[in-house]
Design a protein around this ligand. Sequence first.
Ligand code: NAG
Ligand code: NAG
Ligand code: NAG
Ligand code: NAG
Ligand code: NAG
Ligand code: NAG
Ligand code: NAG
Ligand code: NAG
Length: 689
Amino acid sequence: MTESTHFSTNAFCFDFRCFGIKSKRIIMVVLSLRNLILSVSLAMFATLTPFSNAAPTPPIPQVDACGVLGSKNSSSITYDDVSACYKAIPYDPVVASATLKTLHAFFNDYYVFRDSALTPDLKAPFSCPPVDIAKEFERIGQTKYTSDYSFHSDVSRAINGLYDAHASYNIDCYTAYAFGQPFALYAPVVQGRQSIRIYRDFTRRGYDDCEVVTIDGEDALTHLIKFADTLNFSKDRGVRLNQALASETFDEKRGVFTTSSGQYSERLDLPDKARVNYELKCTNNPTSIRLSEEWRVFALNEAQFTDVKSYVTSVCLPLTQRHQDLPSTKHLQRRELETVREHEVRKRQLYPVPKKSIFLDAVPSAPSEDPTGGDTDLPTAQQLVAGNGTVFYQLQSQPDVGVIVVHTHGVESEGELQVAADGLAAFHARNITKILFDFQGNGGGSVNFASFLVQLIFPNRGDLDKSLRSDLRITPSIQDLSAAVFNASEGHLYNAGIYLGLTTQAPYQNNDLFLHPVTLTRNGRPALYSNSTTLDPVTLGGGDMAGYPWTNNPANVRFLTDGRCGSACALSAHSLHKLYNVTSYGVGGVSGEGLSMFSFAGGAVSSLNDVNKVYAFGKVTSPLEPLPYKGDVNLPILEVYANGSDIPLEYDADQHPVNYRLAFDPVNARKRNVMWAQVTAHAWGQKSA
Ligand SMILES: *[C@@H]1O[C@H](CO)[C@@H](O)[C@H](O)[C@H]1NC(C)=O
Ligand SMILES: *[C@@H]1O[C@H](CO)[C@@H](O)[C@H](O)[C@H]1NC(C)=O
Ligand SMILES: *[C@@H]1O[C@H](CO)[C@@H](O)[C@H](O)[C@H]1NC(C)=O
Ligand SMILES: *[C@@H]1O[C@H](CO)[C@@H](O)[C@H](O)[C@H]1NC(C)=O
Ligand SMILES: *[C@@H]1O[C@H](CO)[C@@H](O)[C@H](O)[C@H]1NC(C)=O
Ligand SMILES: *[C@@H]1O[C@H](CO)[C@@H](O)[C@H](O)[C@H]1NC(C)=O
Ligand SMILES: *[C@@H]1O[C@H](CO)[C@@H](O)[C@H](O)[C@H]1NC(C)=O
Ligand SMILES: *[C@@H]1O[C@H](CO)[C@@H](O)[C@H](O)[C@H]1NC(C)=O
């Protein structure tokens, strides 16, 4: 066996845990609380009882709608119960105006894309109309709402319209339940025609791979594309479609790929109607099948409530309003904050704890039920090494190709780099000469890891190969804050010490970055930004990399994406492609249209609560009042640019299209090794020996 390589790394920090250790690093955090909850809800769907065609809900008597919901046991809650309770909460002008005041100030003064978002006619692969987000909030402020729910939904819709997963409004009040359909759908191209089909029928009624002709009377593909336009995930509608539909997701615990239903079939937001009507066409059955499937409801919140009033108190309002005696002014350390979040998420995960996993472990199914083979293990790719974010496979059909699945950048860089060193050494020991990265479904994580990953293949370059030109919005309040926190050891976005002067290539020794802003005019609107800077880059030490046949050799490297390679993952993909000319392959999306290599490359994200913690830490009065409801709002604070471009990467459509497109089909959508073999054959020939 080859010796494992030991990389020396600079000091680093991991995700939001920077605060606990003495380091001046910044991380792009992608997993918002809502993401975490969502992934929890996916797991929960895996542990629920099978769908039954239950009788229609009895009419709800004239009583308090949240009282009805609160009195039900979790397995008997229906769509109508949740819908009625949500809609029974009266519009509260005090809550609404306080919410809008904070959102307006946060987006107007801190949101780095406030004026870029006004860009009309963004080029393909983007499909994303201009948004004046401050005006949107003003419009909402003048709208009469019949319920609190419709007000908050409209706020969500406005922020979703930015098509940036870094910008989000997450409140617990209206995400207390999750909703699931019995089918996972996908959009394969068969004989040149794209259509919606059933990827998996969780009820095992034999509908796998039946074509879905219509949904609620509308052409199913059109319906799905329209639905995908309500997701904020990407500026590219092909990527949004991939996000709406089923995919194979790497399951770290089991070390295999498992099915995720996608955001059409599994939702946190209340669906419009109690049921979805499908018209199916199945092979060997000339007549179409009409099904009306109710949403299964899963409670995510343990809170007890007996009526509308107590629902608002225990689910919607923050803790501090319930327990006035809690220390609310004391600055929470970031680490403590995360502990609170993790705790909340764990609690949710534990809520209904049935033992048997019905949804995901329904395999293996008999061949007659599933002609393409339901199992998702990889018979022709051998797993060699696996870490928390990277998994190394050797493709058995093309044994000189090694596949590195990077399913998340949310890893502890130091440990994961050791895994990667072992993985590359194992590839080399097996005479692998070519590398295919698979970035599908990677929501990002550590910025340092994004840079390290690229340096594993392209080592020993200059600082600006490792970190992109960046800037952020400046206001007098931000200047006060930056002055107060400049000398603090904690690394966060308003501490100049974490940045590198673009011309000096040295870390800032003073606060000039924030004190001497420049005016940039975008779409006719001037605003103050910091001078161009860059995050202080991380450097990977030497190791055995120089001797590998793929090192500094883009001809031997490819990457595969479904466009759902976000944030820190986007930075890796962008660098590989733009700086090192690595060829990219994109799978899925809308047939005949382009597809983005990555989404929400944006820059660094922060949240209202976190920015306010920095204000508290710096003992500077924050101009941002907390939200009335429990939750948070995220937005990008720092923007990055591709080398040579003055358009922020998030809006720079030219930097996005993949080189080659691949369609999902009934086989490659279910078997990654088949998809890898397709890319490999195209890249290096069928028998790439
Ligand atoms: C919950 O409701 C279901 C359906 O009405 C019933 O079968 C079950 O026994 C109830 N469970 C509890 C704990 O009350
Ligand atoms: C935007 O997307 C993120 C991540 O997918 C999600 O957590 C968030 O809730 C979405 N935003 C809104 C306004 O719903
Ligand atoms: C993977 O995650 C686990 C749990 O957080 C951690 O204990 C372990 O050290 C991590 N492994 C690596 C290689 O970082
Ligand atoms: C790798 O190639 C060398 C030289 O051709 C050969 O001796 C060795 O057996 C090969 N190793 C494997 C694992 O195929
Ligand atoms: C950025 O682009 C310029 C030319 O536009 C080039 O000279 C320089 O090497 C590039 N920098 C990097 C880091 O690729
Ligand atoms: C930061 O600290 C150093 C040494 O403690 C001091 O010399 C310097 O003036 C401080 N800078 C600012 C901006 O407070
Ligand atoms: C911005 O940086 C450039 C060099 O990169 C420098 O020439 C210019 O003076 C700076 N502007 C301000 C306002 O500091
Ligand atoms: C980039 O890669 C492509 C395909 O491998 C190749 O044709 C092209 O010459 C490369 N460009 C540069 C600037 O190296």
